[in-house]
Design a protein around this ligand. Structure first.
Ligand SMILES: [Mg+2]
Length: 183
């Protein structure tokens, strides 16, 4: 069975606007999320420790936020296609409870949850990864697995297959399945 890694933040739900509001409370000079043009946009504006603390607070309340409208259908289609779904998020182990509740409450199908600070440890056993992080996408390219993600200001300058919604991401994955089929 083919395994696929699916990210959560800015892949299955819209983290950026929520994070922006919280970051603005810390620093009034924080740019709007539409201006986050690199993965490290926050450097010099907030400490790494404080940033991770704020992100953890959001993750601890994960079950209070809504997923993207297409997330459920996207995961259902992957399931129907026979994929084994590994939900993988860069977040603390302590956030497992709210993360799992969020998936279940919103009817988001999955087979496994992986929370860590380096999801590339999963790459050897997986066919593809869906993620918006330019760091993860680059690692996937180097590992030679299929990579795809939603286009965002912090990744759009990079050379990766990026799309505006999960329907397009699914189409791309289907195309990659056919490529392999033609082998
Ligand atoms: Mg993400």
């Amino acid at each position: 069975m083919r395994k696929i890694i699916i990210d959560i933040d800015n892949t299955l739900w819209d983290l950026a606007p929520i994070l922006y509001v919280k970051l603005l409370e810390e620093n009034p000079h924080m740019p709007h999320h539409s201006e986050w043009r690199s993965w490290n946009f926050w450097k010099g504006l907030i400490s790494a420790e404080r940033l991770y603390g704020i992100i953890k607070d959001v993750h601890m309340e994960q079950d209070t936020f809504a997923p993207y409208e297409q997330s459920r259908d996207f995961l259902r289609l992957l399931r129907e296609k026979g994929f084994y779904i590994v939900i993988a998020s860069h977040r603390e182990k302590e956030t497992y409870g709210p993360t799992r509740r969020w998936l279940e409450k919103n009817g988001l199908p999955f087979d496994e949850i992986h929370l860590s600070y380096d999801k590339s440890v999963l790459f050897d056993a997986c066919w593809a990864v869906v993620d918006d992080s330019p760091i993860t996408l680059e690692k996937a390219r180097q590992a030679g697995i299929v990579r795809v993600g939603l286009k965002n200001p912090w990744n759009e300058a990079e050379d990766h297959p990026l799309f505006t919604d999960l329907g397009e991401v699914y189409e791309y994955l289907q195309g990659q399945c056919r490529e392999v089929g033609r082998g």
